[in-house]
Design a protein around this ligand. Sequence first.
Ligand code: NAP
Length: 255
Amino acid sequence: MTTTIALITGANKGIGLETARQLAAQGLTVLIGARDEARGEDAARVLREGGADARAVQLDVTDERSVARAAAAIEAEHGHLDVLVNNAGTATISRRRAQPSETSLEDMRAVYEVNVLGLVRVTNAMLPLLRRAPAARIVNVSSEVGSIGSQTSETSPLFAMPASAQYPSSKAAVNMLTAMYAKELKDTPIKVNAANPGFTSTDFNDHRGIRTVEQGAEASVHLATLPDDGPSGILWGHLWTTEGDGDGGYGVLPW
Ligand SMILES: NC(=O)c1ccc[n+]([C@@H]2O[C@H](COP(=O)([O-])OP(=O)(O)OC[C@H]3O[C@@H](n4cnc5c(N)ncnc54)[C@H](OP(=O)(O)O)[C@@H]3O)[C@@H](O)[C@H]2O)c1
């Protein structure tokens, strides 16, 4: 049997690292994509100490050469790729919360460079390798804040949240890209879905998130290991509701 190979971008910490840990626990070989080589090596070593087959791959999603080098290295070592989790993401570089009317274009450009262009850059570089796998899975880590349906529905808790431009719109773009890649690849065995981790405690939100990383990684892991009759072209993950404690379990979110 050939080894099942998974590449997770932004996997040196947070939800990405935990996604790698959970996929490795299912027997996959995990490639820890990290823009900083040392942070990637440290993360891979920690996973190996826990029994995982984990290796670091230097990968800055904003850097064409880094992505091309990573694809060439995976091709040379494994010849194919079974799972790509586009997990690397950022909310802001200025760390200044702003309404859309006050959004800094510099911040917006930087967020799009990682969340949107980075996803397309990595996906297109890895697709030739994914096409060589018997049934590849692409998971784009999105967010409920990128769901236009949730943001504009009075029955969603997101309706009452403050407006902001760069991060929600970048994840709305991730959602559309998911739908479009799924459309392009519909006659292949490759499935492309978007994951919503839910509000998860990581450096991303200074650990204000209410879900653990173990919970936050569940949606990505589920979509990365879908059976052949599973869906393609959906946004799936944690459901935040206005009822009870707000935890609606898992399911399909509106785009
Ligand atoms: N936490 C939440 O509540 C939440 C909710 C919904 C969606 N998400 C999404 O989940 C994903 C993971 O977030 P997280 O909460 O785990 O955040 P995190 O702990 O801040 O991790 C983000 C990861 O992305 C990496 N990254 C940033 N820019 C990169 C680049 N140019 N190239 C490669 N990697 C890059 C970071 O690397 P460095 O360590 O080098 O900075 C880090 O490994 C993101 O896409 C985020 O939008 C998070």
